[in-house]
Write a protein that binds this ligand. Structure first.
Ligand SMILES: NC(=O)C1=CN([C@@H]2O[C@H](COP(=O)(O)OP(=O)(O)OC[C@H]3O[C@@H](n4cnc5c(N)ncnc54)[C@H](O)[C@@H]3O)[C@@H](O)[C@H]2O)C=CC1
Ligand SMILES: CC(C)CC(=O)C(=O)O
Ligand SMILES: [Mg+2]
Length: 361
């Protein structure tokens, strides 16, 4: 049966990396005989210029009607340098997450052996890193009431959680842990925040249903440190929206680069697949961006979105082979950089496709 995939390239490096992710999906469809139909839609700065809003209704309707969405990134220097602007690219992504009910953001943090020397940390510390983050994606301070006083002197973002929101993401994390090393670390600030005390209470209750899974609770500040000290200790991490956003960017340096981290956002409907990085306008339009996070997000789309596990594995293996052959975008060129074959975005994408062809033919 035909699968409809909506491509939302977005801003900055979004279109460059998403073109590579899409090309990989096309290659997989051709090789396996899958019928994938692609459509494109706007979101972010580009959409604001064209329509005045970050998420045009037309894009949202297409998103709801699709079977999966591959997204790039949104964000533009213009808004980052002018906090007073009311219409902002990121609003599109937040509306999409909320209205599609994408409450679970799954972020695998896996170090490819080939990138041992690209990590900011010592090889013996990071070797074997394989963490699965479950970041709650539709609650917390990102979605709570936002206030700015009339005189502009006070602002607040309310961090709100309901019991059901914590429970459903915790269940997803525990279920995943059962298929892995059976360890869940729940991250909060229960020593300070009331919302974290609710978080911990609910995770403790859910944990009782999973006696075969080892549960720990860790404060977010300590977690930021432990992730650098011994990343291999962690298996599944479940945490709220803001902490998950920050801690996963930190782990990019454990595994080499922001350009290596993919994600799947799921809920009750269409799944949404995107690299964890932003629009990186410092390198946009220069053929410098690492497209592997988008390609690995396409692999998550196949695996989680469509249940095509074998095809997803082929994509991951193709990426590993390209890395093993020594090809690197500049962000993952490591301490042994003189041995690397530095390539641009387009060439890296083409190499993964070539690697897929050689394996699959
Ligand atoms: N999901 C999304 O759409 C997100 C959007 N943003 C937006 O993106 C804009 C830029 O934000 P930043 O804080 O600079 O975060 P960023 O993730 O765009 O970039 C941070 C750093 O990582 C590098 N980097 C990121 N992705 C890379 C890749 N694929 N290959 C090589 N290097 C890469 C960038 O060059 C930069 O030095 C902002 O407007 C922000 O709001 C930020 C994060 C997520
Ligand atoms: C739209 C972004 C500002 C949020 C973010 O950094 C993320 O979801 O990873
Ligand atoms: Mg982020």
């Amino acid at each position: 049966m035909q699968k409809n995939i909506l491509i939302i390239p977005g801003d900055g490096i979004g279109p460059e990396v998403t073109a590579c992710g899409k090309a990989v999906l096309e290659e997989v469809a051709a090789r396996y005989g899958y019928a994938f139909a692609f459509e494109e839609a706007q979101m972010g700065h580009e959409a604001i210029l064209a329509t005045g809003v970050a998420l045009p209704d037309e894009t949202f309707e297409k998103a709801k009607a699709s079977d999966a969405i591959l997204f790039g990134a949104v964000g533009h220097v213009r808004y980052d340098n002018d906090p007073t602007l009311k219409v902002r690219p990121e609003q599109g992504l937040f509306r999409m997450r909320k209205e599609l009910g994408l409450y679970a953001n799954i972020r695998p943090v896996i170090l490819f052996d080939e990138l041992l020397d690209a990590s900011s940390l010592k090889p013996e510390i990071v070797k074997g890193t394989d963490i699965l983050f479950f970041r709650e994606l539709t609650g917390g301070a990102y979605f709570g009431e936002k206030v700015r006083s009339e005189d502009g002197e006070m602002a607040s973002d309310l961090m709100v959680y309901h019991r059901y929101e914590v429970e459903r993401i915790a269940v997803k994390a525990f279920e995943a842990a059962r298929t892995r090393r059976k360890k869940v670390c729940s991250v909060d600030k229960a020593n300070v925040l009331e919302s974290s005390r609710l978080w911990r209470e609910v995770v403790q209750q859910v944990a009782r249903r999973y006696p075969d899974v080892e549960t720990t609770h860790m404060l977010a500040d300590n977690t930021a440190m432990q992730l650098i000290k011994h990343p291999t200790w962690f298996d599944v991490i479940v945490t709220e929206n803001l902490f998950g956003d920050i801690l996963t960017d930190e782990t990019a340096q454990v595994v080499g680069s922001m350009g290596m981290l993919a994600s799947a956002s799921i809920g009750d409907g269409t799944g949404f697949f995107e690299p964890i990085h932003g629009s990186a306008y410092d390198i946009a339009g220069q053929d410098k961006a690492n497209p592997l996070a988008s390609i690995l997000s396409a692999a998550l789309l196949l695996e989680i979105g469509f249940g095509m596990k074998e095809a997803a594995k082929q994509v991951n293996d193709a990426v590993a082979r390209v890395l093993k052959a020594g090809y690197r975008t500049s962000d993952i060129s490591g301490r042994m950089g003189h041995k690397d074959k530095i390539v641009g975005t387009r060439e890296m994408g083409a190499l993964v496709i070539q690697s897929l062809r050689e394996q699959l033919l």
